[in-house]
Write a protein that binds this ligand. Sequence first.
Ligand code: HEM
Length: 409
Amino acid sequence: MHSDIDILDANTWGPGCHERFRWLRQHDPVHWDAKNAIWAVSKYADVVYASKHHEIFCSGEGTRPNMPTKLSIVDMDEPRHGQLRSLINRGFKPRRVGEITDHFRAFTIETLDKLAPKGECDFVRDIAVPMPIEVIADLIGIPKTDRNKLHHWSDTMIASDGNYDDLETMQNAANAFAEYVAYIEDTIEARRKDPKDDLVSVLVHARDGGLLGAADVRDAAKLPSEHATEMAKDELTMFLVTLLIAGNETTRNALTGGMSQLIENPAEKRKLIDDPALIPSAVEEIVRHVSPVQNFARTATRDTELRGRPIEKGQKILLMYPSANRDEEVFTDPDAFKVDRDPNPHVGFGIGNHFCLGANLARMEIRVMLEEILKRMPDIAYADGPPKLHPSLLVRSFTHMPVRFTPKA
Ligand code: HEM
């Protein structure tokens, strides 16, 4: 029935996607999409297997199907990938994450206190959009006054996803990219001269040597080993581009998708109000059920097979996270949203060597948002029906979600 599915069409991932994906899991779990020349991998076990065998299914040939650009660390292979990850991890130290959490809670409370007396808002515009930007800006070290620009660049870049035929959108995305890169390069220079307690400073000063000249390191994998603990300027810039997209659009849709599930499942929401200790478990269920990041690709490094299907060297496979996360072989009653689901071994943050670097920050954001909202707006409900999905191949994307609640001073 769905054997002619166009797996790279953003609409395939829109309304009705779970019914299509169930069909694939049951009838054609490693499906050859001839139009796009890519294998659609829909079963949990296969997504896990391919992710954990990066020597067979690599990221270095690009992880966004259809997009020639390589997004920094996500599109790298070992050993450089692991070296960069350990460098970047220095910017995610517990003390720093603790500070970011404190700032984030203060920002959340301030935002909600302004909204609470109104009795209504657009959850996306007023809550889900500003919150993740605040965290990324805090992490990178971008001043408050520049945060609107950051929002604009991030939005414009992501709008190109799945809209490759729309020249205007693509041109706008290219412009936003260039502006953000210029801004980031200025920030890198500034932190180099005058380090602060932010991620850019940590990465720039990861070693006394500081940055290498961009021209020296076109191929970062060929860096002499004594420079393995440095981050080349190109790498750093591209990493900060990745971070903006990875940290914003994903968490935004997790917040909106999660709140929409709580609105649609009042008994589940009640459980969290009665027992806030369940919130961390609800966070995992949100990431599983919503699966805000829908897919990443890998490329076969040699002839191999998956579930008996022959995969040729150089062919691409698409890891379908929302499908893996509803695989009935792993999750009982997979379409149901249960805040106390246990066990919940979802792959919403990926798995293996590219496991989401921001997973703990994202979990923190969703948890703090739920804690503070359920205290202030326990009767939050749709003001205008369920949110509509904006077509996107990469993220499950909601653009508006009008909500209402009993106003509180
Ligand atoms: C609910 C929110 C989020 C979801 C669902 C999510 C999902 C994912 C997934 C599925 C991957 C795996 C990519 C792969 O295997 O090819 C990934 C990687 C990554 N994520 Fe997230 N992410 C979220 C939030 C964040 C945040 C807040 C940040 C940054 C602060 C972030 C930064 C990254 C980075 C840098 C990578 C690349 C890691 C690597 O290649 O080693 N993510 N994310």
